[in-house]
Design a protein around this ligand. Structure first.
Ligand SMILES: [Zn+2]
Ligand SMILES: [Zn+2]
Length: 552
C-alpha cells in the first residue's frame, strides 16, 4: 500500500470556504459592493476556525474577488474579464467538496449533503454473516476489505489508550498490528486495560496486548516489540507501516515518534488523555503543522531544560504517570483508531489540527496549529539504500568503510543517539571509559562511586570508523536492528538501511498457529500467557519470543 504520503486529492477547508464564497459572488447572491458579514458570523456560518476563515479570505483577496476597506470590512469586487476565470475555478472547489466540515458542537451541518467516498468498483456481495466475522463491514459503502486486511499499523504504547486502540484495530480486522511498549503490567493497569488479566502481572505489556489481539481476531497478524520507541526501534520498521498510532503519556516520546515519522514520510495519529479531557490529532509530514510545531514556547523551554542533563531527562520521563479513566481512554482511543481507518482507506483527514474533547461539558472543538518554518522536525530522508547488513554483526569500522566508498573518505556516520565515551569526576579526577549509548547509562551510574557527585560526560554522535572502539558492532553503539543510518560528507547526506535485519525484525508472526491442522481447531484453543516460553537463542532482536499453545 502506498497511501500514506501521496496527497489525498481534495481541497483544504480554506479553499472550500473560498470556493463557496466565490460561488455566491458568481451567482449574484453576493453582488458587487456588498459588505461581507463580520468574521465572527462567517466563522459560525461555515463552522471553521478564525485562521481557516482568514486563509479563505486571503484566497479571495489574492483572486481579486474581494477587497478590504480599512477598519470597515470586506467588500465584493466587480466580476470582470480579469477575475471571472479565477472565480469559476474557485467555485468549482466548493462543488468538489468531499471533506467533512468541522463544526462546533450543537451547530447544524452546513448546507448541502455530505458525501462519503464510495469505492465505485465495489462489487455487490452478500456476506455470509454466519461464517464471516468481517461480514457486516462489507455492508458499509466505503469499506474496502482488502485495504484493511493489507494494512500495517504500529501502535506505540500499550497502556489505557493503547489497549482501546488495539482492541478496535483487531475487531475491525486490520491485518497487521505491531505493538511497541517497554513497560510491564502492574495491578493498577487492570482498571483501564481491557486486554490485561490479573494473571498477567509483571508480564510485558506489548506481548500480552499482542496475544489478546490475536485472540480477539485470529485472522489478523500481530507482532510485539518490548522496547523503547525513542531509541530501540529501527527506522526501517517505521517506513514499512501505513500509519502509526501514538498512545503515549509523555512529550519526549511523542517528539521522537514525530521525528521518525517525518523522516520516512509516514502519517501518525496522536492521542492524549487526562481525567475527563482528551485530544486527538493527525500529523502527516509536509501537510500542515507537525507535533513539534504544536509545542508552545514554554513546552520548548521545558524540553531544553530537561535536555541540559540528558541522563536525567530520560529518567524523569519514566516517572511521569497521568491519572486516567477507562471511559476517556475508550472515547479517545476509538477516535484514534477511526482516524487510522480513514487513513488506511485514503479518506480525508485533517492533518495539523487538534480535536479537543471536554468530558465535563461534552463539548468537542477542532482548531488548526500553525506550521513553523523553522521547525527542526521537518526533514525527509528521501532515497534510502538497502544494504544486506545486520546491526548485530556489522562493526562501526565496516559500516564506515562502506559509506566512505560511496560518499568519499571524509564521510562520517551520524548517530541518532549520543554515544557516551567516558565519565570524568571533576573532584577526584578519575576517568572511566564507557562506550555505551546514552540510553544504557543511568543517571545514578553517571555519579562518581567515590565522591558521589555527577561526573562530566564525554560523548559523540559522529563516527569516522577510525575510533579506538570502531571494532564494536552497530548494536553495541546503540543502533537498533533494521535502522536507517545517516552518512554525511559535509556536502550531502545519504541514508542506508540495515535491511539484513528485516526478516527477524518485522515479521508479524507472533502467536501464529504452527500448522493448518491446528488452525482448524483454533477456536478451541486458548493462549495461556503463563505458559509462554521465550527462546533463549542469542539475538539482538528484542522482538524474539516463542509461544507454546495449549489445548484446553
Ligand atoms: Zn513541525
Ligand atoms: Zn570522584
Amino acid at each position: 500500500m502506498n497511501i500514506p504520503n501521496t496527497p489525498i486529492a481534495r481541497k483544504s477547508l480554506a479553499e472550500i470556504i473560498a470556493g463557496k464564497l466565490a460561488a455566491s459572488i458568481l451567482e449574484g447572491r453576493l453582488s458587487q459592493g456588498t459588505q461581507l458579514a463580520p468574521e465572527r458570523d462567517l466563522v459560525k456560518e461555515f463552522g471553521v476556525s478564525r485562521s481557516t476563515l482568514r486563509e479563505a479570505l486571503k484566497i479571495l483577496l489574492d483572486s481579486r474577488l474581494i477587497e478590504s476597506r480599512v477598519s470597515v470590512g470586506w467588500f465584493v469586487c466587480e466580476i470582470t474579464s480579469n477575475n471571472l476565470a479565477r472565480a469559476r475555478e474557485l467555485a468549482s472547489w466548493a462543488r468538489s467538496e468531499t471533506a467533512p466540515v468541522v463544526r462546533p458542537a450543537g451547530q447544524e451541518p452546513p448546507t448541502g449533503p455530505r458525501r462519503l467516498p464510495v469505492n465505485p468498483e465495489k462489487p455487490l456481495q452478500i456476506p455470509n454473516l454466519k461464517t464471516d466475522r468481517s461480514g457486516t463491514f462489507q455492508l458499509i459503502s466505503w469499506w474496502e476489505r482488502e485495504k484493511v486486511e493489507n494494512a500495517r499499523v504500529m501502535v506505540v504504547g500499550a497502556g489505557a489508550l493503547g489497549n482501546e486502540v488495539i482492541k478496535n484495530l483487531a475487531l475491525m480486522g486490520v491485518g497487521h498490528i505491531l505493538i511497541v511498549d517497554f513497560d510491564t503490567i502492574e495491578m493498577a493497569n487492570l482498571s483501564r486495560s481491557v486486554l490485561f488479566r490479573e494473571s498477567d502481572a509483571s508480564r510485558n505489556k506489548a506481548e500480552v496486548a499482542a496475544a489478546r489481539a490475536k485472540e480477539l481476531n485470529p485472522n489478523i497478524k500481530v507482532q510485539y516489540i518490548h522496547g523503547d520507541i525513542t531509541n530501540q526501534i529501527g527506522l526501517g520498521v517505521f517506513r514499512r507501516m501505513d500509519v502509526i498510532i501514538g498512545c503515549l503519556d509523555n512529550r519526549e516520546a511523542r517528539l521522537a515518534l514525530n521525528r521518525f515519522a517525518y523522516w520516512v514520510g509516514k502519517p501518525w495519529v496522536d492521542g492524549a488523555i487526562q481525567e475527563l479531557y482528551g485530544l486527538v490529532r493527525v500529523f502527516i509530514p509536509g501537510k500542515g503543522a507537525c507535533f513539534e510545531c504544536s509545542l508552545t514556547e514554554q513546552a520548548r523551554r521545558d524540553l531544553a531544560v530537561r535536555y541540559s542533563c540528558p541522563l536525567l531527562a530520560r529518567e524523569n520521563v519514566l516517572l511521569g504517570k497521568v491519572p486516567t479513566t477507562p471511559t476517556i481512554a475508550s472515547i479517545i482511543g476509538a477516535m484514534q483508531a477511526q482516524e487510522a481507518l480513514k487513513i488506511i482507506h485514503g479518506m480525508p483527514v485533517e492533518p495539523g489540527k487538534v480535536t479537543h474533547f471536554n468530558g465535563l461539558t461534552n463539548e468537542m472543538h477542532t482548531s488548526a496549529y500553525t506550521a513553523r518554518e523553522d521547525c527542526e522536525s521537518h526533514w525527509s530522508y528521501g532515497e534510502i539504500t538497502e544494504l544486506p547488513l545486520n546491526a548485530g554483526t556489522t562493526t562501526l569500522a565496516e559500516f564506515a568503510r562502506i559509506v566512505q566508498a560511496d560518499l568519499g573518505p571524509e564521510t562520517v556516520i551520524e548517530l541518532d543517539q549520543e554515544l557516551i565515551l567516558s565519565l570524568t569526576c571533576p573532584q577526584c579526577g578519575t576517568r572511566e571509559e564507557v562506550i555505551r549509548p546514552m540510553s544504557e547509562v543511568g543517571f545514578k551510574a553517571a555519579h562518581c562511586p567515590v565522591c558521589g557527585i555527577l561526573r562530566e560526560i564525554e560523548m559523540t554522535h559522529t563516527i569516522t570508523g577510525k575510533e579506538s572502539f570502531a571494532h564494536l558492532s552497530l548494536s553495541a553503539a546503540g543502533i537498533p536492528p533494521l535502522h536507517v543510518l545517516r552518512a554525511f560528507n559535509a556536502l550531502e547526506y545519504r541514508f542506508y538501511e540495515l535491511t539484513g535485519d528485516l526478516k527477524d525484525t518485522l515479521h508479524f508472526r507472533h502467536f501464529e498457529r504452527q500448522d493448518n491442522r491446528l488452525m482448524a481447531t483454533a477456536i478451541r484453543e486458548t493462549i495461556r500467557l503463563h505458559d509462554v516460553t521465550v527462546s533463549d537463542e542469542p539475538s539482538t532482536n528484542p522482538a524474539h519470543g516463542r509461544v507454546t499453545l495449549w489445548k484446553d
